[in-house]
Design a binder for this molecule. Structure first.
Ligand code: ADP
Length: 210
């Protein structure tokens, strides 16, 4: 009898332990892939705000480190300003630190990562280790002409014609293979990124049941 009571109380405490996580909404963990200028950042910001989950942009993290002149910022400055990828180890360190923060518990939108096959492979391991598997990879498809137009319009420091060309070149060479990687490994969801911001946002909301 006592043993049964003990078992029951064990079950109750177990239930109490699992209860909080069942009352939290389903975790939403998304990777946004697409060329520079595709609108990933804009859409990620809209959804992250709506779902109240972090928008993790590796580009924003790097620009912030550069602006704050941190040790990492000083190391990555020349890469970002010339449109090259920063070394994988540095960006992985930043990403792991960010994903380990408590606000990632309800989900996240990853924007700007992974950008090459090595990053994609390490990310799989990292997400497994952190017990935060990705739910969906969204691919923003945009015609090259529109990409250049959009980037020139936003007038960021690394958005001069020459640096844009470099970033698009790196995208073709290094990031396109990442699409094949996800096609083979999980759910790759294509979105027409040529449309207006509001239209893409609506499509995403409907298809992701935001
Ligand atoms: P965009 O999507 O318009 O190219 P981002 O803000 O994502 O802009 O990235 C800006 C720059 O930051 C890149 O050109 C690159 O130098 C650096 N960067 C961002 N993410 C990564 C990454 N995952 N790996 C290496 N470098 C990165």
């Amino acid at each position: 009898m006592q043993a049964l009571a003990r078992q029951n109380s064990k079950q109750t405490s177990h239930l109490q332990l699992v209860q909080p996580s069942t009352s939290i909404e389903v975790p939403r963990r998304l990777i946004f892939l697409g060329p520079p200028g595709a609108g990933k950042g804009t859409q990620a910001a809209i959804l992250a705000d709506q779902w109240q989950i972090p928008h993790i942009s590796t580009g924003d993290m790097l620009r912030q480190a550069i602006a704050e002149k941190t040790a990492i910022g000083l190391q990555v400055q020349s890469y970002v300003n010339s449109g090259e990828l920063v070394p994988d180890l540095l960006i992985l360190y930043l990403l792991e630190t960010r994903l380990s923060q408590p606000d990632t518990e309800r989900g996240w939108i990853l924007d700007g990562f992974p950008r090459n096959l090595a990053q994609a492979e390490v990310l799989e391991e990292l997400l497994q280790r952190l017990n935060q598997p990705c739910d969906l990879v969204v691919h923003f498809e945009v015609t090259p002409q529109l990409l250049v137009e959009r980037m020139l319009q936003r007038r960021r420091q690394d958005d001069t014609e020459e640096i844009i060309r470099k970033r698009l070149e790196i995208y073709q060479e290094q990031t396109l293979p990442v699409l094949n990687f996800y096609q083979q490994h999980q759910n790759l969801y294509p979105v027409n990124g040529n449309l207006a911001v509001e239209s893409v946002a609506r499509i995403l909301q409907i298809s992701l049941r935001a």
